[in-house]
Design a protein around this ligand. Sequence first.
Ligand code: ATP
Ligand code: MG
Ligand code: MG
Ligand code: MG
Length: 480
Amino acid sequence: NKRIKIKSLLENASAGEKATLMGWVRTKRSNKHVTFIALNDGSCIQNYQVVADPARISEEILKKANTGASIKVHGSIVDSQGAGQQTEILAEKITLLGEADPEKFPIQPKKHSLEFLRENAHLRVRTNTFGAIFRIRHHLAFAVHQYFHDRGFFYVHTPIITASDAEGAGETFQVTTLDLKNPPRDEHNNINFGEDFFERATNLTVSGQLEGELAALALSEIYTFGPTFRAENSNTTRHLAEFWMIEPEMAFYDAEDNQDLAEDFLQYIIRFALEHCKEDLAFLDKRAAEEEKEKKAELRSDMGLLDRLEFVTQNEFVRISYTEAFEILKDSKPNKKKKFTFPIVDWGTDLQSEHERFLVEKHFKKPVIISDYPKAIKSFYMKQNEDGKTVAAMDILFPGIGEIVGGSQREERLDKLTERMEELGISQEELWWYLDTRRFGTTPHAGFGLGFERLVQFVTGMGNIRDVIPFPRTPGNAEF
Ligand code: ATP
Ligand code: MG
Ligand code: MG
Ligand code: MG
């Protein structure tokens, strides 16, 4: 007898059929006459009710079918008397596949704190909350490929181990086969990376953009979707040391085309989730509402989760320049008593998360695209504007999240690019291959990077980025 997943049972089964289910016991209730087991197999958030008659199923099996144990159930589907579910299974045979000692299994049928579950990250996916989050994460990843594939973009795999650190931000994880306690040295007493496996210093990638640009200047429209690594020292609710980034890169796009694509893409992905993750989202919506009531909401918002998602898909994003954002912030008096306080901005300094939150959550109450940032605070490869002061950069800010996308039109003019690299002390020799794109058939092009976990955070309403990736990597945290 083949196993049926609970999801398809709920969708298709009707009374009278025989079925075999396998899954993990969520709860068990017994009286003298009958035992009810709520079984979950991860295919959906719903449990399936197993009805076991002690006259038919041995006492020992029923005793050991505790929360956390895995079992196989064979029986007949019958109409359910209970509310909420059409059918249930009347067990003819139950096999215990794996026991779970009730004294030791940490995930009990009660509400655990997210902190507790983080300490048990190896088992937390057995809860409703994390089951829902990781199913949604899957659907979002699938939607990313669907969106680009349907539009003729090609998925490009960029290297994980690279010799460039893209931004020169110095937040890279070094990779080397040398024994750094006792490394070989050259005549200047510097570490001699010539003896390394790669015969050079390498690091884990912080972004696939530069390599993505090479592909775009041949395939026209590409995207990468891979892990990126940043040795972020900050312990925030928005930063991981290992996160997944989606980076489309398009030849023949200008800054506005880039913004149009990013907005359309984000709305598509969120609509996809609303369509394909109804039950999991309904569960998380309720969860968020409870947190809100208990004043524990992690992702502050005036709206419920589902309303917020609908809202973003139905409303155009606000588009302003950095200078316009600066004017708004300059004239908005920071008020210490209110929710939004922020330091005064000087034109030319980067916006802090308090400024971004004010603009999105208070001033516009909509997603905001900020463009044309001062050139001094952005990367060398961004296209320089006519004014000589700004570059064609854009950040997209989302309510409750802050920056979700960072992108730009790229500088396609070789002279402008090398001039900027010189100013910033970025080696042209090391990036000779990147500069070749500007030497041979250069063309206007643009792209952006979207942090996949920030997107999952927005869609699930989870306040801490550690709760939307199965095994978060943060300072001091790499056990599982
Ligand atoms: P932030 O200002 O939040 O530190 P950033 O400007 O350093 O982000 P970018 O280099 O622009 O980030 O990367 C593109 C996108 O990747 C960001 O908009 C964000 O969504 C995501 N991102 C960046 N750093 C992290 C991180 N440490 N963990 C998770 N996502 C990240
Ligand atoms: Mg950063
Ligand atoms: Mg930023
Ligand atoms: Mg950025």
